[in-house]
Design a protein around this ligand. Sequence first.
Ligand SMILES: Nc1ncnc2c1ncn2[C@@H]1O[C@H](COP(=O)(O)OP(=O)(O)OP(=O)(O)O)[C@@H](O)[C@H]1O
Ligand SMILES: [Mg+2]
Length: 275
Amino acid sequence: MSEIVLEGRELVRDYHIGGGLFSASRTIHAVKGVSFRVEKGKTLAIVGESGCGKSTLARIITMIDAPTAGELFIDGEKIDIARDGLTAELRRKVQIVFQNPYGSLNPRQKIGDVLGEPLLVNTAMPTAERRDRAMEMLLKVGLGPEHFNRYPHMFSGGQRQRIAIARALMLNPRILVLDEPVSALDLSVQAQVLNLLADLQDEFELTYVFISHDLSVVRYIADDVMVMYFGEAVEYGSRDSVFSDPQHSYTRTLFAATPRADVESIRARLARKAA
Ligand SMILES: Nc1ncnc2c1ncn2[C@@H]1O[C@H](COP(=O)(O)OP(=O)(O)OP(=O)(O)O)[C@@H](O)[C@H]1O
Ligand SMILES: [Mg+2]
């Protein structure tokens, strides 16, 4: 039987801005009643143009931000930040990886310590074991023991993204929210990181929410696809149904704007990689 790990029901997020001496206050409706369900081990991709509410939704799912209205369920448990606060156990379950991890990596911290930190902060694990676990995860994301004592600036963009993924996995989350995780990388490196994410998903039975504006990437990674447009989910369904038979005119416009060759070339590259 399928297990629903993540569910949103009619999620809404408004932002109130302005209201200063010289400006009238106004409300931005960033997310307008969005619902979704994601099964364990599956990937929901969220697509849409800049400002449509993708990152806002990501912050709600990661419990960084509370919705204005609607309900969020993680592992069947209803999340109410305002009422309950968040237990460490609950926070651990959802981790996020951003487009540019450099900003969140401390330049003075060696990679081994970057990876060990979540364990240091959240567990009483002895130092030696923490180091072992950090090393193990470093190898799992395709880096080597020689990288353990290096600093963030000594890595390429793709390697840094591997480090960010490794760090996100240190506390054994159930859900990984990936906000444009490969958008800043060269195409060949994108393919490598996507393959790594697919392998890690299988190994750890991870559920992904994958935010991207790149349809060729979405086509490769997604099980289900949600297309957002001005805060609304205008399209939501299995990848194949959304790609083969888009219902909304915005989705058709979006697809028409994506050169077909992109899809084919990234597929070919990924197939070569996999061979
Ligand atoms: N903290 C905030 N305060 C006020 N408005 C915000 C805030 N965060 C986001 N917004 C607004 O909410 C809307 C949705 O923003 P969001 O960052 O979710 O879009 P996005 O789809 O992630 O865009 P992008 O593709 O550029 O990352 C935008 O109009 C944005 O300006
Ligand atoms: Mg965003």
